[in-house]
Design a protein around this ligand. Structure first.
Ligand code: GDP
Ligand code: MG
Length: 673
C-alpha cells in the first residue's frame, strides 16, 4: 500500500529535520504550482509500505492570510493525504496547539508528533502525552528530530493509522451555545449541496465561513446553488454580532485559546525551578531598550563583514581561476566567433555568477545562523517600529539591508517574510538600496567632478536611495498593494544552539536554488548581450562598440537622455548597465577610448568631454535609481511569480530616474554648476 503523509506544523518546529531524518536522500524539491513556495517531497519504504512524505510550509494558523496557509490547507483538503502529521514544538506547546486544534477540524487522519521533547524536559516541562492523546482524540508520539528519537514509533503510528488499526477521532471544540447554533444552521444548508458536502468537512466549512475566510467565501460563491448557504451566513453573522457584541472571528479564536489553555492545565506540569528560562534572560539584554540597538548593529556588521570582507579571498581565487581559463583558451583557440562566444559570452557570464558564489554562500550561512538560533526574530523585533513607518514589518529590514551588498540575494531573502504583500513591497523598493556594483560609478564621477568632496557626495547618493525607498514604500503600500496589512504578533521563539549539520544544510538549500535558477538564465542572457556587442561583424571582427547593436541602441536612445545633459556615450553606458551596473564604468572606458582601465585618465576624458558638474550629479542619481540589473529583474520575476512586478519595477525606476536626473540637471544649470 502506498501511504501519503503530509508533514505540517509551525515554522521551526522541526518538520524539515524530521523529514530529512525519515527520507534521507530520497527527496524531490520543487515549487507549489503557481507560487514560489518551496515544495519538498520524499519517500521511504517501511514494513512493505511505500510512504510518501510531503513537507508542507511552516504555518501558525489555517486562516487564509498567507500563501503558505492556503497551500497547507488546500493540500490537506484536496489531495487528501492518508495521514497528516502535525509536528509540534513541545517546548512551546501553547502556541503550537493553535494550529493543532485547527488541523483537528479538517477531518483527515491526524497524528501529533511532540518534537523537541528534549528541550521541553530541559526546561522542566512535563507533558502527560497519554492524557493529551485521550483529551484530543489524536494519537501522540514524542520525538527528538535532531537525534532521530521516536521516529520508528512515528512510522509505526503512521502505518497503524493508515491501515485503520489506530483511529484518530479528533474531538471538536465547543464554540459556545450561540456560535454552535449558527454552525448547526450552516451545516444543515451545506449538507444539502453535494458539491460542498463532498469537498469540505461541513463543520469546518461552516466555521471558516463564520470566520469570514476570504478564500473559502470565494470558493463557495463560485459554486452554483450556494445562495442559501450565503444567506444563512448573513443571518448568522448579524445574529452573532447582536448577541455577542464582537465579530464571530474573534469569538472563535477566543474559544480556541480557551480550549488550549484548558487542555494545557490538564496535561502539562512545569517544575517550579527555573521558570525564567535562559532565553528570557538573553532577551532581557538583546531586546533591551538601549542595549538592543547597538547589539543589533554589531550583529549586522558581523554579517556584512562575513559576507563582503571574508569572501574577498575566495572571490579573488575564483576571479583568478576564471581569468586563467579565459587566457588559456584565448591562447589556444583560433580567433573567431567561437572563441569570442566562449570567452566573452559564456566564461564572462557564468564567471560573473561564480564570482558572487562565496558572498552568497557566506551570506546564507550568516542568515542561517541568525535564523536557526532565533536571533532573526529579535532583529525584526528591534527594527519593527522603524519599519512600520514604511508600511512594513521589522522582518523586511534584513532584505533591505542586504540590498546594499547585492539586490539578488536580498530579494531572495524576502522569503523569510510572512505575507505576500510584505514580500512584494520589500522587493519593489529593494533596488533603491544602492548595491555595491554601483559604487564604482559614483567613485569615478565624484572623483572627476567633486574632488575633495567625494565622500560627502557618495554618502548623499546612498542617503537619497534610502529616502526614496521610504517614500515609495509608503506610497506603494497605500495605493498599489491595497491588501490590508495583516496584524500579527512578532513571536520570540526560544534561542537554540543550531547544529552544524542543519546550518550547512540550510545554507546549501538556499545556495542550490540560486545556482540552479540564476545560473541557467544568466548564461542565456549573457550570450544574448554578448551577441549584441559582437554584431554586426566588421570584416569578421567584433565591431567598435558604437557600431554594435548595443551601441546603436544607445545612440537611438540619445534623444531620450539629451534633456538630462548626457551625451550618446553616457547613454550607451547606461544601456550596457542593464547587464550589471559595474559594466557602466568599463563601457565608459571603451567609449571614451581610455587605454588600460585607468581611472585617472578616464576622469580626465570625462572632464575634457565638457560634462558639467550638474550632468555628473544627474548621471550618478540616474545610475542609483534606474532599471535594476538583469539578475535583479530575474530575481524579482522569480520571487514574485508574476511578470508584472519586474515590469512595474523597470517602469517606475526608469521614469523616476529620468525625472530626478532632469530636475537635478536643470536645477544645477540654474544654480550655475
Ligand atoms: P522547520 O522549519 O519546522 O522545518 O524546522 P527545522 O527542521 O528547520 O528545525 C528548526 C531547528 O530546530 C533546527 O536548528 C533543528 O536542528 C532544530 N531541531 C529540530 N528538532 C529538534 C529536536 O527535537 N530537539 C532539538 N533540541 N532541536 C531540534
Ligand atoms: Mg522547514
Amino acid at each position: 500500500m502506498e501511504i501519503t503523509v503530509a508533514l505540517t506544523g509551525n515554522p521551526n518546529a522541526g518538520k524539515t529535520t524530521i523529514f530529512n531524518a525519515l527520507t534521507g536522500a530520497r527527496q524531490k524539491v520543487g515549487n507549489w504550482p503557481g507560487v514560489t513556495v518551496e515544495k519538498k517531497e520524499g519517500s521511504l519504504v517501511y514494513r512493505g509500505h511505500t510512504i510518501r512524505i510531503v513537507d508542507l510550509p511552516g504555518i501558525y494558523s489555517l486562516t487564509a492570510y498567507s500563501i503558505e496557509e492556503i497551500i497547507a490547507r488546500d493540500f490537506i483538503l484536496e489531495d487528501r493525504p492518508d495521514v497528516v502529521v502535525d509536528v509540534i514544538d513541545a517546548s512551546n506547546l501553547e502556541r503550537n496547539l493553535y494550529l493543532a486544534v485547527q488541523l483537528m477540524e479538517l477531518g483527515r487522519p491526524l497524528i501529533f508528533a511532540l518534537n523537541m521533547i528534549d528541550v521541553a524536559k530541559a526546561r522542566g516541562i512535563i507533558i502527560d502525552t497519554e492524557l493529551l492523546s485521550r483529551l484530543l482524540g489524536v494519537p501522540v508520539v514524542t520525538t527528538v528530530g535532531t537525534k532521530g528519537l521516536g521516529l520508528d514509533e512515528l512510522l509505526e503510528t503512521i502505518v497503524a493509522v493508515a491501515e485503520g488499526r489506530l483511529k484518530s477521532r479528533p474531538v471538536s471544540i465547543n464554540y459556545g451555545p450561540e456560535v454552535e447554533r449558527e454552525i448547526r444552521a450552516l451545516v444543515e444548508e451545506i449538507e444539502k449541496i453535494p458539491a460542498l458536502r463532498e469537498k469540505y468537512p461541513p463543520r469546518w466549512l461552516a466555521i471558516k465561513l463564520l470566520e469570514n475566510d476570504r478564500e473559502i467565501l470565494k470558493k463557495v460563491s463560485s459554486i452554483p446553488g450556494t445562495e442559501k448557504v450565503l444567506e444563512q451566513l448573513k443571518r448568522s453573522e448579524t445574529r452573532l454580532r447582536e448577541l455577542l457584541d464582537d465579530t464571530p472571528e474573534a469569538i472563535i479564536a477566543e474559544a480556541r485559546y480557551g480550549f488550549i489553555a484548558g487542555a494545557l492545565r490538564e496535561v502539562v506540569r512545569v517544575s517550579p525551578i527555573d521558570r525564567r528560562t535562559l532565553s528570557d534572560r538573553i532577551d532581557d539584554i538583546v531586546t533591551h531598550r538601549f542595549l538592543g540597538f547597538p547589539i543589533f548593529i554589531l550583529a549586522m556588521y558581523a554579517l556584512f563583514y562575513l559576507t563582503f570582507t571574508l569572501a574577498a579571498y575566495p572571490v579573488a581565487a575564483i576571479e583568478y581561476g576564471v581569468d586563467l581559463l579565459a587566457r588559456v583558451l584565448s591562447a589556444r583557440l583560433p580567433d573567431g566567433l567561437l572563441k569570442e562566444l566562449l570567452i566573452d559570452g559564456i566564461i564572462g557570464g557564468v564567471g560573473g555568477v561564480l564570482v558572487f558564489l562565496p558572498n552568497i554562500l557566506l551570506l546564507f550561512l550568516g542568515i542561517s545562523i541568525f535564523e536557526d538560533t532565533g536571533y532573526l526574530a529579535r532583529a525584526a523585533f528591534i527594527m519593527d517600529r522603524v519599519m512600520h513607518f514604511l508600511g512594513l514589518h521589522g522582518k523586511s529590514f534584513i532584505p533591505l539591508l542586504m540590498g546594499f551588498g547585492c539586490n539578488v540575494p536580498a530579494i531572495m531573502a524576502t522569503r523569510t517574510l510572512e505575507t505576500k504583500r510584505d514580500r512584494i513591497l520589500t522587493i519593489l523598493i529593494n533596488p533603491l538600496m544602492s548595491c555595491s556594483a554601483r559604487l564604482p560609478v559614483y567613485v569615478l564621477f565624484a572623483g572627476a567632478f567633486f574632488p575633495g568632496q567625494e565622500s560627502r557626495v557618495i554618502f548623499g547618493i546612498y542617503a537619497l536611495g534610502i529616502i526614496l525607498a521610504m517614500l515609495l514604500g509608503k506610497l506603494f503600500s497605500r495605493v498599489l498593494i491595497k491588501e490590508e496589512d495583516t496584524p500579527f504578533v512578532l513571536e520570540l521563539p526560544p534561542y537554540r544552539m543550531p547544529t552544524l549539520r542543519s546550518l550547512l544544510l540550510h545554507m546549501w538549500e538556499k545556495t542550490k536554488v540560486y545556482l540552479q535558477k540564476m545560473g541557467g538564465v544568466i548564461l542565456i542572457c549573457s550570450v544574448i548581450l554578448w551577441a549584441l556587442t559582437a554584431f554586426p561583424r566588421v570584416n569578421g571582427q567584433a565591431p567598435p562598440i558604437e557600431e554594435s547593436y548595443i551601441g546603436r541602441l544607445g545612440q537611438a536612445l540619445a534623444p531620450v537622455v539629451e534633456p538630462l545633459g548626457f551625451d550618446w556615450r553616457l547613454g550607451v553606458s547606461l544601456a550596457t548597465g542593464f547587464v550589471a551596473k559595474e559594466v557602466v564604468v568599463s563601457s565608459l572606458g571603451v567609449l571614451y577610448q581610455v587605454k588600460d582601465d585607468d581611472v585617472h585618465s578616464l576622469r580626465e576624458r570625462l572632464r575634457e568631454a565638457g560634462l558639467s558638474r550638474s550632468t555628473a550629479l544627474a548621471f550618478m542619481v540616474f545610475v542609483l535609481v534606474y532599471i535594476p540589473c538583469i539578475a535583479t529583474v530575474l530575481a524579482i520575476w522569480r520571487e514574485t511569480g508574476a511578470l508584472k512586478w519586474p515590469a512595474f519595477c523597470i517602469a517606475y525606476e526608469l521614469i523616476l530616474a529620468w525625472v530626478l536626473a532632469f530636475i537635478i540637471y536643470r536645477l544645477g544649470l540654474l544654480l550655475g554648476f
